[in-house]
Design a protein around this ligand. Sequence first.
Ligand code: ADE
Length: 227
Amino acid sequence: MRIDIITIHPDLLESPFKHSILKRAAQKGLVEVNLINLRDYSTNKQKQVDDYTFGGGAGMVMMIEPIAACINHLKSERTYDEIIYTSPDGELLQQKTCNHFSTLKNIIVLCGHYKGIDERVREYLITKEISIGDYVLSGGELAAAVMCDSIIRLLPGVLNDETSALTDSFQDDLLAPPVYTRPQEFNGWKVPDILMSGHTAEIEKWRHERSLERTQQRRPDLFKKTN
Ligand code: ADE
């Protein structure tokens, strides 16, 4: 999979892709993430990518010209399955969206900024708008990093059996059950006996019950969906 991220802060986005699972995914050749500096596509001497709002009002707006130049350049080199804009008023990112994105070959992620973006970008250049939650970040970069992380870890070969994405919370609209490791007792706080019993079927049953219980208590909205 190839992910081209268009941003005015490429430095801000470098670190998340240089560690742990995302780094390994790139090293194994399972994903290629390119950080593209939008300012490189500004024809302006000051490398300006934003301007005042027509009609007045506070805040600067991202201009369509450098964005169109950048997207057109990328599109001249390959076909893209999706051109995603990160924005608080986009569609809420959910596990099923991540699952779908992880099946795509080439995507562009455009990080939003300032007070907004010229509406014509949204109307004519973007194919999807994604929000990572009902709160406002100072820019779309962190949202892009969150979204890309959730996509890349799903690519076949990125996770091994032990860390398989199939057992993640949300994958079946249930939260994951509690897990424990050594020591078996700490401060008098014990690991549930069932987990030490060696009865695989009983353990699986216990885990499923805990998943249901936890989902019902913490996310009744999800619980209603599956029950
Ligand atoms: N940009 C600012 N806030 C955002 C959010 N919640 N999701 C995606 N992009 C954003």
